[in-house]
Design a protein around this ligand. Structure first.
Ligand code: NDP
Length: 235
């Protein structure tokens, strides 16, 4: 999920810090464009197209990453979707799709990328949840379940790999200005701003800055944590 929104800001931030970056998402044009932009900064960058919820797509992309970069040090599972509906109106397909992308997607990538990290005795997994995974939200039973699931998944994996120098942490953004939140009308936006102690929606860069910290050696002794980037909304 590195071709737009929060993921694009993360990819750019890691590239500016000197990381080679592979991004993976469904839209070929923006994947290619973003990968080209990233490599202008002097790092190596590749764009891979696929569906994170499809294990075959992830395996194919992983083979290309492994070949190009000889493994991976930092894995950011950022791809995510919403299919909001009240429970009584929610179709099984809306439930399945959100769980397939938001939760199973992280499993598919971790299953492949964590093994070489263990071998190297160093690695970082950063999973993108949401404050909704902690607090719940009406109209988002599927999304909240996927993000709460990602938190349980990450805490369990953190315990499995901590002794091998691999950390697994969760970033939980609040309301961040991206395409996902662009649909808010002015009234809804004002209502959110009033609820957020910092008095503003967050930016994708606010989230990327935390990811950079969690990806760096500065966070060596932090694992299995959920850190909110939400202007004080969740306390
Ligand atoms: P966007 O909708 O702007 O971006 C979503 C990203 O995920 C895109 O890069 C998209 O690329 C990718 N993606 C979606 N589905 C798939 C798929 N099946 N396979 C591969 N890639 C996929 O969302 P945001 O930037 O706002 O959100 C990023 C993450 O942050 C998500 O996990 C979201 O749940 C989380 N979040 C966002 C908040 C916000 O306020 N914006 C708040 C809390 C959490 P493509 O469409 O090309 O596949």
């Amino acid at each position: 999920g590195g071709n737009r929104g929060i993921g694009r800001a993360i990819a750019g931030t890691l590239a500016r810090a000197g990381a080679d970056v592979a991004i993976f998402a469904r839209s070929p044009e923006s994947v290619e464009r973003t990968a080209a932009e990233l490599s202008q900064g002097g790092v190596r960058s590749i764009g891979l197209v696929g569906d994170v919820g499809d294990p075959g797509d992830v395996e194919r992309a992983w083979a290309e990453v492994a070949e190009t970069f000889e493994g991976v040090d930092i894995l950011v599972n950022n791809a995510g979707i919403t299919r909001d509906n009240l429970l009584l109106r929610m179709k099984p397909a809306e439930w399945d799709e959100v769980l397939r992308v938001n939760l199973a997607g992280a499993f598919h990538w971790c299953r492949l990328a964590v093994r070489p990290m263990i071998r190297k005795r160093w690695g970082r997994v950063i999973n993108m949840a949401s404050v909704v995974g902690l607090t719940g939200n009406a109209g988002q039973t599927n999304y909240a379940a996927s993000k709460a699931g990602l938190i349980g998944f990450s805490k369990s994996l953190a315990a499995e790999v901590a002794s091998r120098g691999v950390t697994v942490n969760v970033v939980a953004p609040g309301f961040i200005e991206t395409e996902m939140t662009a649909a808010l009308d002015d009234r809804a936006r004002a209502a959110y701003e009033e609820r957020i102690p910092a008095g503003r929606l967050g930016s994708a860069q606010d989230v990327a800055d935390l990811v950079l910290f969690l990806a760096s050696p500065l966070s060596d002794y932090i694992t299995g944590q959920v850190i909110c980037v939400d202007g004080g909304l969740t306390r």
